[in-house]
Ligand binder design. Structure first.
Ligand SMILES: Nc1ncnc2c1ncn2[C@@H]1O[C@H](COP(=O)(O)OP(=O)(O)OP(=O)(O)O)[C@@H](O)[C@H]1O
Ligand SMILES: [Mg+2]
Length: 246
């Protein structure tokens, strides 16, 4: 089943063409990664999928629904972990989750136990009552992941989910994602880390200058271009993917 179908998607910011006529399909239960250098258009493409902004041209359907026509239905069924921290700095960790649950009309009776369950999932239970300002950068990333799961999303969209995480936290996010995949959650992510792409992604789209240069399984890309995924990426974009020690 196709979960996301983009056809001839274009996004302009004024004169700048950030996404330049891309088409792709993402299937149910798949983890699809966007790889590409800074400014390639990854966040922009994802922002259109999660109905944050409309395309300039082309169409995007999520669950078969047009992003410009049924954004509220789509948003109720997806979880988003943004690239930038948009947590409420005036609230505690737990309150952030409970307030966010209101956007999905989740009653407090359900939201509170769900929030604790997710804090356990992202290993932040001991921080439940501290203010957001007292969290480290990596803890904020983990909380953003927990928050994205509040509504049990069928599609999880994550913009650089493990940036700034220490090796233990990164591995634990990968484990979390593996569990979600096993439950048939469809995942879209962007990353600059080779290991993340190789371990988590079923298929990757290599983007540069607003275009998808190639989209396929890491194994197929490696067979087609030779070497490992980093070599493929270097060959296609002229830049290096980041290595992390895990
Ligand atoms: N709100 C905006 N207004 C104007 N230009 C923008 C805006 N957002 C992004 N851009 C431009 O669009 C292009 C694509 O940006 P985008 O954030 O999608 O890239 P990205 O692939 O996510 O990069 P990164 O790896 O740095 O996160 C860049 O040239 C960027 O400067
Ligand atoms: Mg980005």
């Amino acid at each position: 089943m196709v979960i996301v179908r983009a056809e001839h998607l274009v996004k302009h910011y004024g004169n700048l063409c950030a996404v330049d006529n891309i088409s792709f399909e993402i299937m149910k239960g798949e983890c699809f990664g966007f790889l590409g250098p800074n400014g390639a258009g990854k966040t922009t493409a994802m922002g259109i999928i999660y109905c944050f902004m409309p395309p300039t041209a082309g169409t995007v359907a999520v669950f078969g629904l047009d992003v410009t026509k049924q954004p509220s239905v789509i948003k109720s069924r997806i979880g988003v972990m943004p690239q930038d921290d948009n947590l409420d700095p005036d609230l505690s960790v737990l309150q952030n989750l409970i307030v966010y649950a209101r956007y999905f009309d989740i009653p407090k009776k359900i939201a509170v136990p769900r929030a604790w369950e997710l804090l356990d999932f992202v290993e932040l239970k001991d921080k439940a009552h501290v203010n957001i300002k007292s969290l480290s950068g990596g803890m904020k990333r983990r909380l953003l992941l927990g928050r994205a799961l509040l509504n049990n999303p069928e599609l999880l969209i994550m913009d650089e989910p493990t940036v700034g995480l220490d090796p233990h936290s990164r591995r634990s996010v990968w484990e979390n994602l593996t569990h979600l995949k096993a439950r048939d959650t469809t995942i879209i992510l962007t990353t600059h880390y080779i290991e993340e792409a190789e371990r988590i992604c079923d298929r990757v789209a290599i983007m540069d200058n607003g275009k998808i240069i190639e989209a396929d399984t890491p194994a197929t890309l490696m067979a087609r271009y030779g070497g490992n995924l980093e070599d493929v990426y270097l060959r296609l974009t002229g830049k290096r993917l980041r290595e992390v020690i895990v």
